[in-house]
Structures are given as structure tokens and as C-alpha cells.
Design a binder for this molecule. Structure first.
Ligand code: DAH
Length: 369
């Protein structure tokens, strides 16, 4: 049984013993002073300001004192807790300032360090050239057509009037697929896209077909086994060679500038009749205008004209093969190699540069849109 309150001697409540309160405060202040960072201070706070800290215990004891003793004990403990609170606040701001300073140093960013440069890629000039030509024709209302690179022999040759024994069939050195009787080849030209389109669509037909083609050539300055062609085909009522010339002129102006124009020479292609070879006026020496000095022109070799590619009026036989009545419709077609056009236009020295895939080559021609 506990003693009555009147006999209670505060000095006997050890937690409230002035020496103990002072010691607890001194302990706590030392711990606060010794806290080296904010985490440390947090631990110190729990130990010396928390519910179970000596000063909190002392504070709790005050309630049990007789009224006469409460005031003095309350003042003593209150002052001690106040001093400790101030010490915590002061230490807290010192440690926060230190932390902020450390962050500024540790997380410093040296904006003068050269950055790792990741170069954006460049579209290949072949792609850009094809795209420019396609865009121009699309702008005139033509449509883009595509066909597979692995093509049936029938579409690549037979339907284009290059029958099995046709001598021109041997002219295009063909990659055949195993087994040879699979009837498949890597297309040697984009002309089969003409056939595919005519078989699928009713005239009028106006298509432009860019794409890869394959021939068994070794890679050298002027040849590559994989190259690109662009093919145009128009089938409508009343189309004549005048329309063909107009389309060819539009084509070379897009490709080589507004000052050029075409001339045509007789040639032979099984799928066109009549067939022509198209030349265009040299965009460097402008041929006729500077006839006198054309001999020096390295681009055209002095003739004033540069060979563009094949063209002609679509052979009636080809129209019939595709189910189009040649007495109602007529049409023209032309096709050419993009690499050659690009080499001419930009003075690219050899085919190697074109196929090596060095980004610096692509970057020379601009990144493209
Ligand atoms: N396909 C032919 C070749 O690769 C080029 C060609 C000639 C395409 C005449 C045509 C054309 O559309 O009418 O040599």
C-alpha cells in the first residue's frame, strides 16, 4: 500500500531528483551534439524526447507529486525539456544545412561535359530519290503500286511477252529459285508490277512502282546484284506517244531540274511496241546551249545527252494477256534504274558507296523529310 500524499517526499522520486534531471539533460544534449546526420538525430530524438525518455518519465512523475512540490519539479523538468527542444531545433537546422550542401556537391551536374552524341539516322538517298519521284507522280494523280521481290517467272517474263525461247529472256541475268521448276525468280525488273496491276484493275490505270530488283551481276563500280528501279504505267483511252513524251519530260525535270528535256531513240523491248530509249539533256552542260564546250562535260561525256531508260507504248499482246482490249485502250510505260540516276545527279563515283550503308554517305544528301 502506498504512503499517503501528505507524507510524500518529492526528493525520493528519483526521476525528479534535480541531479538526475540535470544528468538526463546533459546526456541528451551530448547525444544531440553528437548526432552526425539527420537520421542519427532522429534516433537521438526517440531516445531523449520520446515517451520512454528519462525526461518524459520525469514529466509523468510530476502528476503524482503533492501540489506544493509540483511547481518546482514542473519548472525544472519543463526548463530541461525546453533546453533540449532548442538544442534539437538548432542541431536540426545545422544538419539540414549540411545535408543541402552535400547534395549540391554530390549531385552536381557539370554542364560543360561533352554529351554522348547519338546521331539521328539518315534516310538513304535511293529511298529519298524514289520517294521524291513517287510524290511528284502522286501529285499528278497517279497511284503507287507494289509487287513482291520474289516473283513468278510468268509475271516477270512470259506475261511481258518474254516467252521461254525469247532471246531477250537471256539478257537479264536471273536468280532462279531452288527447285528451278518452282517457277519463281527474284524479279529482274519492276515491269511485272505492270502486269499485276493490269490483271487486278480496270483502266484507266496510272501507276508508279518503285522497288528492288535482282540480277546476277558482281558488285563493281557500275553494277550491283540488288538495285532499284522505278516503273510507270498508264493505260487509258486514246493515249499516244505524245503523252509518253510528256510524262518522261515531267519525270526528268523532277529528277534533274527544270531546264532539261528528253529525246527518244528507237530501241526494242518485248513488252512495248514501239519501244524507245530515252535520253535527257545533260543537266550540267545543257547540251545544245553550250554545244561548243560540251566535249569537256564529264557528266554526259560530251554528247550533251544522258541515257535515262527504256520506254514505249504497251504491246497490244501484253494488253490482251491482261484482259484489256487493245482496240479500246492504249498505254505507255517506262522504267529506269534509280542508282544510275542518283549517281548522275550527285556525281557519286561508284556503286560501292551506294550499297555500303555508311551513314556519312546518306548524310551528304540531307536527312530528308
Ligand atoms: N524493264 C526494263 C529493264 O529492266 C526497263 C523498261 C523498258 C521498262 C521499257 C519499261 C519499258 O516499262 O516500257 O530493262
Amino acid at each position: 500500500m502506498s504512503a499517503p500524499n501528505s507524507n510524500y517526499d518529492p526528493v525520493e522520486v528519483s526521476a525528479l531528483d534535480p541531479a538526475n534531471v540535470d544528468a538526463a539533460l546533459a546526456d541528451a544534449l551530448a547525444a544531440v551534439a553528437g548526432a552526425t546526420d539527420l537520421d542519427d538525430l532522429k534516433t537521438v530524438r526517440i531516445a531523449h524526447q520520446g515517451d520512454k525518455s528519462p525526461l518524459a518519465l520525469a514529466n509523468r512523475e510530476i502528476g503524482a507529486l503533492p501540489p506544493t512540490a509540483k511547481a518546482e519539479a514542473g519548472k525544472r523538468v519543463g526548463q530541461a525539456r525546453g533546453k533540449l527542444g532548442q538544442a534539437f531545433a538548432a542541431r536540426q537546422s545545422v544538419l539540414e544545412a549540411e545535408r543541402d550542401e552535400r547534395i549540391l556537391v554530390d549531385e552536381r551536374v557539370d554542364v560543360s561535359v561533352p554529351a554522348l552524341r547519338r546521331r539521328p539516322g539518315a534516310r538513304h538517298p535511293i529511298e529519298l530519290t524514289a520517294q521524291r519521284l513517287v510524290d511528284a507522280f502522286v501529285g499528278m494523280g497517279w497511284e503507287v503500286a507494289e509487287g513482291p521481290e520474289l516473283e513468278s517467272e510468268w509475271l516477270n517474263f512470259d506475261a511481258l511477252n518474254l516467252g521461254p525461247d525469247h532471246p531477250a529472256r537471256q539478257m537479264q541475268d536471273t536468280f532462279f529459285l531452288d527447285p528451278v521448276d518452282s517457277g519463281l525468280v527474284l524479279r529482274t525488273q519492276t515491269s511485272p508490277v505492270q502486269i499485276r496491276t493490269m490483271l487486278e484493275q480496270e483502266p484507266p490505270i496510272y501507276i508508279v512502282a518503285p522497288g528492288k530488283v535482282y540480277r546476277t551481276d558482281d558488285l563493281d563500280a557500275t553494277h550491283t546484284p540488288v538495285f532499284h528501279q522505278i516503273e510507270c504505267l498508264a493505260i487509258d483511252k486514246g493515249l499516244t506517244m505524245a503523252h509518253l513524251r510528256g510524262a518522261l519530260d515531267a519525270f526528268v525535270r523532277i529528277m534533274f531540274g527544270p531546264d532539261t528535256r528528253t529525246r527518244v531513240r528507237a530501241n526494242y523491248f518485248p513488252f512495248t511496241e514501239p519501244s524507245m530509249e530515252t535520253d535527257f539533256l545533260c543537266f550540267v552542260c545543257h547540251g545544245a546551249e553550250t554545244w561548243g564546250t560540251a566535249e569537256q562535260c564529264r557528266t554526259c561525256g560530251g554528247s550533251g545527252w544522258i541515257e535515262l531508260g527504256g520506254s514505249g507504248m504497251v504491246n497490244r499482246k501484253v494488253l490482251r494477256t491482261c484482259g484489256i482490249d487493245p482496240d479500246v485502250y492504249s498505254g505507255f510505260a517506262f522504267g529506269l534504274g534509280i542508282e544510275r540516276a542518283l549517281m548522275l545527279r550527285h556525281g557519286v563515283q561508284g556503286m560501292h558507296e551506294m550499297v555500303e550503308g555508311d551513314i556519312r554517305f546518306s548524310q551528304q544528301f540531307g536527312m530528308g523529310a
